[in-house]
Design a protein around this ligand. Structure first.
Ligand code: ADP
Length: 182
């Protein structure tokens, strides 16, 4: 499923983000940038120790923000480590933090002149964010950013497993339907 946003393409695909050949892939990191399970572990395993060495130098990243490192051995040249919120009850500002993690990642990519970025479904694994709500927040934040003519030409959401892929595809379709209705 993909839609056009200005001159850019915004898409949802099912797959493993570590194989992406976009300029950058986004990691669902923790605020200590220490690595861990889930997509974070997979990215460090595939990318090699150079990524963790840079993470250690940076030291940490607040929730709702992001930092950039080399892509190490990955096809992607860079990894943008975004820190999403732990979901508690949805009343602790989780939505704003998740939005900000996406916006900051896009800002970093635009500042570096990157043309393509792949995101995982940040916060929807160990951090427990309900997938549909996360899809809505993530896609709307990125769409809005792409409307600002950032120079980024393609953003891919690479979803692990069918439920996540379907949630993001349905949300993309809603965005498209809303636009068609004017
Ligand atoms: P968080 O702590 O932010 O919730 P997780 O890594 O636990 O991060 O999960 C975030 C999302 O990443 C989940 O939807 C999970 O299924 C997905 N995921 C795990 N491994 C990969 C991978 N290799 N590629 C893409 N997505 C992945």
């Amino acid at each position: 499923m993909e839609i056009k946003v200005g001159n850019a393409v915004l898409e949802a695909v099912e797959g493993d983000i570590t194989g992406e050949n976009t300029d950058a892939i986004v990691n669902a990191a923790n605020s200590g940038l220490r690595g861990g399970g889930g997509v974070d572990g997979a990215i460090h395993r595939a990318g090699g120790p150079e990524i963790m060495a840079e993470c250690r130098k940076i030291g940490g990243c607040p929730t709702g923000s992001a930092v950039i490192t080399t892509g190490g051995n990955l096809k992607a040249r860079f990894v943008i480590h975004a820190v999403g919120p732990v979901y508690r009850d949805g009343k602790q500002g989780e939505d704003k933090l998740l939005r900000n993690a996406h916006v900051k990642s896009m800002q970093i990519a635009a500042e570096r002149g990157l043309k393509s970025v792949s995101f995982p479904a940040i916060s929807t694994g160990a951090y427990g964010y309900p997938i549909r709500e996360a899809a809505k927040i993530a896609l709307r934040a990125v769409k809005k950013f792409l409307e600002s003519d950032s120079g980024i030409e393609r953003v891919r959401f690479v979803l692990f497993g069918k439920p996540a892929f379907e949630a993001f595809s349905e949300e993309l379709k809603k965005i498209e339907d809303k636009r068609a209705r004017g």
